[in-house]
Design a binder for this molecule. Structure first.
Ligand SMILES: *[C@@H]1O[C@H](CO)[C@@H](O)[C@H](O)[C@H]1NC(C)=O
Ligand SMILES: *[C@@H]1O[C@H](CO)[C@@H](O)[C@H](O)[C@H]1NC(C)=O
Ligand SMILES: *[C@@H]1O[C@H](CO)[C@@H](O)[C@H](O)[C@H]1NC(C)=O
Ligand SMILES: *[C@@H]1O[C@H](CO)[C@@H](O)[C@H](O)[C@H]1NC(C)=O
Ligand SMILES: *[C@@H]1O[C@H](CO)[C@@H](O)[C@H](O)[C@H]1NC(C)=O
Ligand SMILES: *[C@@H]1O[C@H](CO)[C@@H](O)[C@H](O)[C@H]1NC(C)=O
Ligand SMILES: *[C@@H]1O[C@H](CO)[C@@H](O)[C@H](O)[C@H]1NC(C)=O
Ligand SMILES: *[C@@H]1O[C@H](CO)[C@@H](O)[C@H](O)[C@H]1NC(C)=O
Length: 518
């Protein structure tokens, strides 16, 4: 893979700043102290979910995957905490256990142009599959899924037992990697049509009784208990309210009242904003991000009533691994950052961005790819491990949250349909703001890239750090405050560049993100 040189990106950035002319001014009122309702942001607000059929590629078998460690380390450096990692998803419900298998064996599906990297049809995992979580960065919190779909007590028991053994091992304790939760079943609201499930034999009551049966076995075995150690994560529904499979449906159905149900300590909901064929220009619309996340409010309230955090346990832009020219391009960094920060401002505790090997919407491609993620065309030469545009959004989020451990956030009210913003407070004191321009500037459009002047209602000089995006349709060449992460190691190249400017005169270009430090 040829990595764009830092000098080229830097020149392009200079050219962009020079071309800026005649800007429209947008006045933004910034509360100088934190509103009382401002939620506290977890330093791992932006977390990751991994498709478990190719978990060994993420973790590395004989040795850790150094590229993955480097790119997770960049995030930890900025917020003080490495992302949580949930492992499971569709392949969680296609997994069986066999102690004779060392890591895993899969029955693969054939690649197609539409789905170059399909999930495995079946997975058998074995003795060392879970143990290699000790390759993750020290301090990583893990959530692992076990099979509910096959309604096979032996499968879920053996998986939970192997997870328990791996995470109580001295190697895992030395590695500093902690199992926070076990998830039983992925998107059980979508079971009808799979195996012998139908909409006639599967409803929320059937789900609750099947979940409770498997969970009881796992709690009786001592793998999840009311003492210290892992708890349950659920219900992990795909939709916010499929008939009965809703936050109120699980409460009225009694999911949380059984002995194991009382050990569900995280309410997990899944969400994708869009599907195949999505246009980038629809994905990034500020109003679409808001309408997609405000539908979580009933669930957030239910979780608050249960006294447990609410997370998007699996999320990303467009379902089925991302949409071509929307999920994989630089404009998706604008969407992703806005989505995560808006989610945080609503009280969503963590958003686990789903990732698979070769999926279009990934932040991280942790191993060499031999066929295109877009159309399965052979890649010659192959593409070395690399980050994709939304990763840059995660760097910005991590820096905006910072290392205080008690940063609170509020969305700024901005009377402009294509500009969003968020303010960050530590001990109630205004520290930083993020400004995001949602207007997509495309390469080759022939148009001049315009900018706006953002005038914050704060006096004095601020430091501004820019996420330079070459164009909305670019797939590489983003530069975060002078630093490129399009490197073979995933570590930064270049030195940090910031600018001093007046708080009432901040230039924001089309398809740009700025971090303001007060
Ligand atoms: C139940 O699970 C075990 C362990 O994964 C597996 O060996 C067995 O084949 C499963 N039984 C059925 C009926 O699928
Ligand atoms: C859990 O299920 C497994 C597999 O059927 C069984 O061997 C085990 O005894 C059960 N454990 C408990 C505590 O119910
Ligand atoms: C599917 O079939 C299995 C056994 O064949 C049975 O145990 C299970 O309850 C059935 N599931 C549903 C949802 O009908
Ligand atoms: C689920 O289906 C069962 C069996 O058909 C029925 O008795 C029960 O009332 C249904 N529950 C809900 C919540 O619809
Ligand atoms: C979510 O956003 C997409 C566009 O990305 C839009 O088509 C869809 O209607 C939105 N959904 C909700 C619930 O607002
Ligand atoms: C994606 O964008 C590329 C480059 O602009 C274009 O060649 C291709 O036809 C687009 N593909 C789809 C499916 O829109
Ligand atoms: C691409 O090929 C290399 C070399 O054979 C292999 O190590 C790697 O796993 C392949 N990548 C994928 C995604 O299968
Ligand atoms: C605002 O900033 C721009 C670009 O940095 C600069 O050219 C302009 O003179 C500034 N305007 C004022 C009123 O300070």
């Amino acid at each position: 893979m040829g990595f764009p040189t830092f000098a080229v990106a830097s020149l392009a950035q200079a050219a962009l700043v020079a071309s800026v002319a005649q800007a429209q001014t947008v006045s933004v009122s910034v509360p100088s102290s934190a509103p009382t309702a401002a939620p506290t942001l977890s330093p791992s607000l932006w977390s990751l979910s991994l498709e478990q059929d190719r978990w060994t590629d993420w973790a590395g078998t004989s040795e850790p995957n150094q590229f993955l460690l480097n790119v997770l380390g960049n995030l930890e450096e900025r917020s003080g905490e490495t992302p949580w990692i949930r492992i499971g998803a569709n392949s969680e419900d296609r997994t069986q256990f066999n102690p004779a298998v060392q890591f895993s064996q899969t029955v693969s599906n054939a690649p197609t142009a539409a789905t170059p990297y399909p999930e495995a049809a079946a997975v058998v995992v074995g003795s060392e599959y879970y143990q290699i979580a000790d390759h993750l960065p020290s301090g990583t919190n893990v959530v692992w899924g076990v099979n509910l779909l096959s309604d096979n007590l032996t499968a879920s028991y053996l998986e939970a037992q192997a997870i328990h053994e791996a995470f109580t091992s001295s190697a895992m304790q030395d590695a500093g990697v902690t199992l926070q939760a076990i998830e039983i079943g992925n998107e059980p609201d979508l079971y009808p049509g799979k195996l012998n499930y139908t909409s006639a034999n599967w409803n929320v009551s059937a789900y609750i009784s099947q979940w409770t049966k498997l969970a009881k076995n796992i709690t009786n075995a001592g793998f999840v208990t009311s003492g210290s150690g892992p708890k349950f994560f659920g219900p992990s529904f795909a939709d916010v309210a499929t008939t009965g499979f809703s936050p109120s449906g699980v409460v009225s159905g009694g999911l949380f009242t059984s002995k194991p149900g009382k050990l569900i300590k995280t309410y997990s909901q899944h969400h994708y904003q869009c599907g195949q064929g999505e246009l980038l220009t629809d994905l990034v619309i500020k109003a679409n991000v808001r309408s997609n996340l405000t539908i979580m409010e009933p669930g957030i309230s239910v979780a608050q009533q249960q006294g447990i955090p609410y997370v998007l346990g699996e999320t990303n832009s467009c379902f089925d691994h991302g949409a071509v020219n929307a999920s994989n391009v630089a404009g998706a960094a604008i969407w992703a950052l806005d989505y995560v920060l808006y989610g945080g401002s609503l009280g969503i505790t963590r958003l686990f961005f789903h990732e698979g090997i070769g999926f279009k919407y990934n932040l991280i491609q942790p191993i060499t790819l031999n066929i295109s993620t877009i159309n399965a065309a052979p890649l010659n030469p192959p593409l070395a491990p690399h980050v994709q545009p939304p990763y840059y959004g995660a760097l910005v989020a991590a820096e905006a949250i910072g290392t205080s451990g008690h940063t609170t956030v509020t969305e700024l009210s901005i009377n402009d349909a294509s500009v969003s913003g968020f303010a960050f407070y530590e001990k109630g004191v205004l520290k930083r703001a993020v400004l995001i321009d949602h207007t997509m500037f495309f390469s080759g459009s022939g148009a001049t890239r315009t900018s706006k002047t953002i005038s914050l209602s704060v006096s004095g000089t601020v430091q501004v750090k820019r996420l330079f995006i070459p164009s909305a349709d670019a797939t590489t060449g983003l530069v975060w405050g002078g630093q490129s992460f399009d490197t073979s190691s995933g570590l930064a190249s270049g030195s940090v560049v910031t600018q001093s400017t007046s708080a009432n005169n901040i230039t924001l270009s089309e398809t740009e993100i700025v971090l303001v430090t007060f």
